[in-house]
Write a protein that binds this ligand. Structure first.
Ligand SMILES: [Fe+2]
Length: 245
């Protein structure tokens, strides 16, 4: 059995980081994936009313989590990533694990982290800016190299368009290419964020594109924390929605 905890859209909120540290302690996942917008875009007014952490304090909070952490970029990771990465390096003595148009095997679960097509990706992408590239440029190579494992779990900040999990016609509607990629390759599960309000308003967290289960984790800026625990058991993927303070 393998278990991966996924949270998105923390936006540097202290209440969410604190809840995440506690939740990881309780759940003891094999890994934690942050699905983008764990930082908050440089110079932008913060969302929410509660305390906003400094970038370096986000890195320090995560330092206390025992599970390995993988980072997927959202539109709010820009030049702030360099500050985060340098603090991480100083505290942890190594580079943070990025999933940016790349694959990782976590226990029995094959994971692809998608790039983000919005915002400034130069700092995070470290010389491989893929967010503006059609997925046909990078995804087929991963599928060819990693086989069926690369069609298990895809984590993307922006949702695929055309599900009930994002607001159609809005700036958080998502990415049409990601929907095309899902329809074309039919991974077992997709987890996204970005439109963190729609699932909370509707109470609907999961939808379907063909055989693919699509989950929007959602998020409340002032808590409680929303997260998803992806569980693989006997080759079958499922997920459990978690709400934590
Ligand atoms: Fe976002």
């Amino acid at each position: 059995m393998s278990r991966i905890l996924i949270a998105t859209d923390l936006h540097q909120r202290a209440v969410l980081y604190e809840a995440l540290v506690k939740l990881c302690d309780e759940v003891s996942p094999d890994a934690l994936i942050l699905g983008g917008d764990f930082l908050h875009g440089t110079g932008l007014l913060p969302y929410g009313k509660t305390q906003q952490l400094k970038v370096m304090d986000c890195a320090r909070q995560l330092y206390s989590i025992a599970a390995p952490i993988y980072f997927v970029r959202g539109n709010h990771e820009d030049g702030n990533w360099l500050h985060f990465r340098d603090t991480w390096w100083f505290e942890q003595g190594g580079q943070p694990n990025r999933l940016n148009g790349s694959f990782a095997m976590i226990g029995n679960i094959g994971v692809i982290g998608f790039p983000c097509a919005m915002g400034q990706e130069e700092a995070f992408s470290e010389g491989e800016p893929l967010g503006g590239e059609h997925y046909g440029y990078w995804l087929p190579r991963l599928l060819a190299d990693c086989g069926e494992a690369a069609r298990q779990l895809w984590v993307m900040h922006e949702p695929p368009t055309g599900t009930r999990l994002s607001a159609a016609g809005s700036v958080v509607e998502g990415h049409a290419w990601w929907r095309d990629a899902i329809e074309e390759h039919q991974p077992r599960m997709v987890v996204c964020g970005h439109d963190h309000g729609t699932p909370i308003k509707s109470g609907l967290w999961q939808d379907q594109i063909g055989r693919t289960a699509v989950v929007n984790v959602g998020q409340n800026m002032d808590g409680p924390l929303h997260a998803t625990l992806v569980v693989e058991k006997d080759g079958v993927l499922g997920c459990e929605r978690l709400v934590a303070v």
